[in-house]
Design a protein around this ligand. Structure first.
Ligand code: FES
Length: 165
């Protein structure tokens, strides 16, 4: 049983859950940190349960540190079955709760995951979901790499992703 924060993070990222894009998602939210350069994207799929809209499943992609990946993985597990209102109440400390209190240097990693969740919930207008690829102009890119590649990378240049510790 992992004890320390580092052990819990290592444990969570050894087998991250719900990692990868969700092609039939109803909502997607992406946030990036100008400070560390990391990004997190979260997809949500809703369903109806007892007359309420609940999160059926959630998935994520992260170009981020290990803590962000660990929190995102735990958060996607935590979100399944939550109503939209319940999900709106969750802050970074709730989403990262299984890891214990985040060290001060890592608090923003949890906030990135919270931000991606909030963006996804904001994107959910209650309208019937449009396919992610409905409009190449307005729809979000399918992956973070696509998103990065289509924004600010000059034609003919390649994007190099450097993993941060
Ligand atoms: Fe930037 Fe963790 S998300 S260091």
């Amino acid at each position: 049983m992992p004890e320390s924060f580092e052990e819990k993070v290592r444990d969570a990222i050894a087998n991250p859950k719900n990692m990868g894009e969700m092609s039939d998602a109803d909502a997607v939210g992406t946030v990036g940190s100008p400070d560390c350069g990391d990004m997190v994207r979260m997809w949500l799929k809703f369903t109806e349960k007892d007359g309420k809209k609940v999160i059926d499943r959630a998935s994520f992609q992260s170009f981020g540190c290990q803590t962000a990946i660990a929190v995102a993985s735990l958060a996607t597990e935590m979100l399944a079955g939550k109503t939209v209102d319940e999900a709106r109440q969750l802050g970074a400390s709730d989403l990262s709760e299984p890891l214990g209190p985040l060290p001060p240097m890592k608090i923003h990693c949890g906030q990135m995951v919270e931000g991606a969740l909030r963006e996804a919930l904001l994107a959910d207008t209650g309208e019937p979901p449009a396919p992610v690829s409905a409009s190449p102009v307005e729809a979000p890119a399918a992956t973070l790499l696509d998103s990065l590649s289509s924004s600010g990378v000059p034609a003919g240049k390649k994007l190099r992703v450097i993993k941060l510790d």
